[in-house]
Design a protein around this ligand. Structure first.
Ligand SMILES: [Zn+2]
Length: 261
């Protein structure tokens, strides 16, 4: 196999990608270094993508199709990190439109994989994020999910003041952040009943629980529970408000993919 045989239409580090990709394609579960190089080239620092990254998606899809579990999980994880960068300034919008079917297939593949409740926690978390990326819920693919020391800064949808929502071991509250006095006018959060969650939040919670990601499932019931504005006392769902303010596609075509959750 020669480097020139791989059809390549990426930009950016396009000269460097095909040889590394070929190495991965040749021995998808055995070339640790090639995978590391591929991550470096296609999702630099785990997040920064270029047109070459998206051009690699059909090849990563083919690795998943080949069915070898370790390699398939790696390919899905890297593909998820790439697709999570869809809103970056990569100049690949045209290319990405041609990849809609590939991304839809990746989504079906990762959904199948997520039915396995015995995944190692790190793999489970990576594939959970990948599924969210393929389903266009970019903000949730990239969220920190730090429920030990987590803060979400949102606007009250009613009076528009900045509200700090804390979900951590030290407390779960909404507050106004004062640089001198810390979090003031604290109000306790109301935890959601998992049975009352719907749409994306329900999918996330059910999947997290199925995968044994217990702190994530628990944290989501606080994130998608209600917070009270310290200024005007109206209440809102923290996660919904956070997504509205941070999801680039939220207002145009929404985070719910065709076919729903
Ligand atoms: Zn308010």
């Amino acid at each position: 196999m020669t480097e020139s045989r791989l059809p390549w239409y990426g930009r950016g580090p396009s000269d460097e990608v095909p040889p590394v990709l070929e190495r991965v394609l040749r021995r998808p579960s055995h070339d640790e270094r090639a995978w590391q190089e591929l991550w470096h080239l296609l999702a630099t620092e785990g997040t920064s993508v270029s047109a070459a990254s998206f051009a690699a998606l059909p090849y990563l899809r083919d690795i998943v199709r080949a069915g070898e579990t370790v390699a398939a999980d790696r390919a899905l994880e890297l593909a998820g990190a790439i697709v999570a960068g869809v809103h970056q300034d990569h100049g690949a919008d045209e290319l990405i439109r041609t990849l809609a079917r590939v991304i839809a297939e990746l989504r079906r593949m990762v959904a199948r994989r997520l039915t396995d409740s015995n995944l190692p926690p790190a793999t489970a978390m990576a594939l959970f994020r990948a599924h969210l990326a393929f389903a266009r819920a970019t903000v949730w693919s990239l969220a920190e999910y730090d429920f030990e020391d987590g803060f979400y800064r949102v606007e009250c949808p009613h009076c528009r003041i900045g509200v700090t929502v804390a979900i951590g071991n030290y407390g779960r509250y909404s507050a106004q952040r004062d640089w001198d006095r810390g979090d003031i006018h604290r109000r306790p959060l109301t935890q959601a009943d998992p049975g009352d969650l719907d749409g994306l939040a329900a999918w996330m919670h059910t999947t997290a629980r199925h995968l044994g990601l217990t702190p994530l499932a628990e944290g989501l019931t606080w994130l998608f529970g209600r917070a009270e504005c310290p200024a005007c006392a109206s209440s809102f769902v923290t996660g919904d408000q956070y997504a509205t303010e941070n999801e680039p596609h939220h207002s145009s075509d929404g985070p719910v993919p065709p076919g729903g959750w």
